[in-house]
Structures are given as structure tokens and as C-alpha cells.
Design a protein around this ligand. Sequence first.
Ligand SMILES: C[S@@+](CC[C@H](N)C(=O)[O-])C[C@H]1O[C@@H](n2cnc3c(N)ncnc32)[C@H](O)[C@@H]1O
Length: 236
Amino acid sequence: MKNFINTITQGDCLDLIKQVPDNSINSIITDPPYFLGVTHNGQKGEYSDLLIMKPFFQALFYEFKRILKSDGCVYLCCDFRTYPFLYPIFDEYITMRNLLVWDKKSGPGNFYSFVHEFVIFGMDKPKDMHGLNIFTLKSFSSGAKATNGEKLHPTQKPIELFEKFILDSTKEGDLVCDPFAGSGTLAIAAIKTKRNYICFELQDKYVKIATERIELFKGNMNPKIDNFKITPNLFN
Ligand SMILES: C[S@@+](CC[C@H](N)C(=O)[O-])C[C@H]1O[C@@H](n2cnc3c(N)ncnc32)[C@H](O)[C@@H]1O
């Protein structure tokens, strides 16, 4: 098996995830594509078009269940259109425990502004989880948008968001996974919090962008974090 640990691996996550050992991941924290931009001859796609993605997500959530430790957690970003599609498929494999709402305090939009984002939260074996299902992030609380440096991906999530989910659900040295890595936000949050990561990304350009972003981040880290040693033999 290729060693996926602490790298962004290029490829289709549905193929790659099959090589991740059973019961090895503490949390899956991810933001899959929403598949809402598909058009027919210039016409907007319809909600029912999402059904074509059902087999993909069934196969993916089956793998999520297989690779997660028994008390592992899943955080799955979605929106008001993808939530009703994803929920029944997700809950078939992993018990959905809550729908988290990130209150961004400000946002664009004409039909009431978009100021929140949804995150499906699932886990099979319950463990103590504290906190509210509506939360804010420090750098968004004043209405100011967190940049986390340059915007490198059109749907880039703030590092703080994934950092919160890591801190809520895992401990130092644990292993987290993002099968849809984009610009590598989960990897950065994992390094910051001294967790190990497995990230997959289909597009070469984002693998390159994420890898460079990680190197830049590591270069700017303070020595205390720098001394963090990757946990050996995570799969043993
Ligand atoms: C919504 S974006 C994730 C953005 C990320 N959270 C960030 O902060 O940059 C989804 C990403 O999944 C990637 N993707 C789409 N299908 C994929 C697949 N089958 N396997 C792996 N990556 C995929 C896309 O190229 C895209 O970069």
C-alpha cells in the first residue's frame, strides 16, 4: 500500500480510499463538490439531477464506515440543496447525529443573504461531544471575512473551521482524512493541531497548490510546532 500519510495524493478518492486500512481514521472532515453547476443546453440543472451521484456517494460512505475507527466522526459540508440529497444516503452507512450550522455573520445573496453553512455530523459509537450545533468562528464574528492568506481555491474553507472539528473530535497524533482536499485546508489544520492526515485530490493543479501551501505553512511555523514528530506506524 502506498503511504498516504501526511501527503496530498492525486487521484479519484473513490479508488484511493479503498487502499486505506479498516478502522484506521479518527475523523473524516470534508467538503465534497456540490454538483450544482451542471446545465443542459444552457439551462440550469435540476435537483433530481443529483440522483446520478447516488451510487458514487453510496460507495464513498461505505468506505467512510470501513476506514473509521468505531468512535470516529464525520464532518461533511453541504448546503440547503445538497443536504436533503446527502442525508438519507449518509445515514444508511453512518448515524447522522446533528446538522451543524456555521454562522458566518455576513455573506452575499439577494433572497436573504447567505450567512450560514451546513455541516452533517455523524458518528456510530457515541462519545462525549460538547458545544452547540450553531457556532461562529473568531475571524468571522465581526462580519470580517477570514482570508487565511491568499484565496487558492474557489470554495476554500477557513483553516479555523476544520481546526475546530479536529479539536472537537480527535487528540494529538490522531489521523484525519479529507478525500476532497482542494487547497489542502484540512492538511494545514492537522499540522497546526499536531494530527496526521490523509488527503486526496483529483485535480493536479490543486494537488500542486495544496502541497505548496503546506510547505509554505511549515516554513512559517514556530519551532514548537516544528518539533512535532509524525506518529510512526499509524496503521499498526
Ligand atoms: C469543494 S472543493 C474542496 C475545497 C477545500 N475544502 C478547500 O478548503 O480548499 C472539492 C474538491 O474535490 C475535488 N474532487 C472532486 N471530485 C473528486 C474525486 N472523485 N476525488 C478526489 N477529489 C475530487 C475537486 O477537484 C475540488 O478541489
